[in-house]
Design a protein around this ligand. Structure first.
Ligand SMILES: C[S@@+](CC[C@H](N)C(=O)[O-])C[C@H]1O[C@@H](n2cnc3c(N)ncnc32)[C@H](O)[C@@H]1O
Length: 250
């Protein structure tokens, strides 16, 4: 297993992904084929390696932070999500400030905390990509930002392990972790996470840059209504935001 993980991480863009995340993906694939690693022929092992790399590329998105020595806007521009959001961060910050959060939890954070975190608000940042998390950690240290930076796999770790926060961010991650799962991953996020406000975002364009045919995610409106969660929607650039409210802070 260790050798396979090491081989998978030889691709530079995947080198930052946490080992246990890769191990879980390998185990899932093996279980779905009802087999074990030591039963695979070399050809099958090679195929498995390719499949896991493809899974990881889907999950981690198309971004390549190259150096922590870059200036802050340059660094944000290395990640597709934060780069696309650069012209809209001011408006996004105003929206967040209007909610007056004391603690923010950013799940599947990528480099987003580098744009949003301030010394006035505690900020917890979590992702499966340790390369991103290291850059966020360095930024927090340099800018005296309170909070924590940690590895967390939203698909496999218990949500009850997460710190509570009055604002939780889930930017451009739902489509990745809910893929082919019929939105079964999203519902527990809405019902089990401990928040006052949950700000979820979705891309409105495809990776190719073409507009999506149905960018509205009506399923989320229906889900919020069914769960009795009030929500509002707004768009910034090519990103659709759902702001969900719940008074559940203990
Ligand atoms: C498209 S990027 C969005 C990054 C950031 N939220 C933003 O919008 O700027 C998706 C992020 O989700 C992370 N991710 C993918 N699967 C995850 C999982 N199961 N648990 C936690 N994070 C995950 C990836 O590593 C990547 O940083």
């Amino acid at each position: 297993m260790k050798d396979l993980i090491k081989n998978i991480k030889k691709k530079k863009e995947l080198s930052g992904v946490a080992d246990d995340v890769i191990a879980r993906l390998i185990e899932q694939r093996l279980a779905s084929y009802h087999t074990q690693l030591d039963q695979l022929k070399p050809k099958q092992q090679k195929l498995l390696l390719k499949l896991i790399r493809a899974d990881l590329r889907q999950l981690t998105g198309m971004f390549h932070p190259k150096s922590s020595k870059k200036s802050r806007p340059d660094l944000l521009a290395t990640h597709a999500s934060t780069e696309e959001r650069l012209p809209h961060y001011l408006q996004l910050k105003e929206k967040i400030d209007s909610l007056k959060p004391k603690i923010i939890l950013d799940l599947g954070c990528g480099l987003n905390p580098i744009a949003l975190a301030t010394p006035n608000t505690a900020y917890h940042a979590a992702d499966i990509n340790e390369a991103d998390l290291n850059l966020v950690k360095a930024h927090f240290k340099k800018n005296h930002i309170k909070g924590s930076v940690f590895t967390f796999d939203l698909q496999h770790q218990p949500l009850s392990d997460l710190p509570q926060a009055d604002l939780i961010l889930l930017f451009k991650i739902i489509d990745l972790i809910d893929r082919k799962k019929g939105h079964k991953v999203t519902e527990p996020l809405l019902t089990q996470l401990n928040y006052q406000h949950l700000l979820i975002s979705f891309p409105k364009i495809k990776l190719s840059g073409k507009p999506m045919r149905y960018p509205e995610r009506r399923w989320l409106t229906l889900m919020c209504n069914r769960l009795g969660l009030s929500h509002e929607r707004f768009t910034l650039g090519n990103e659709l935001f759902y702001l969900v409210h719940r008074n559940y802070f203990e």
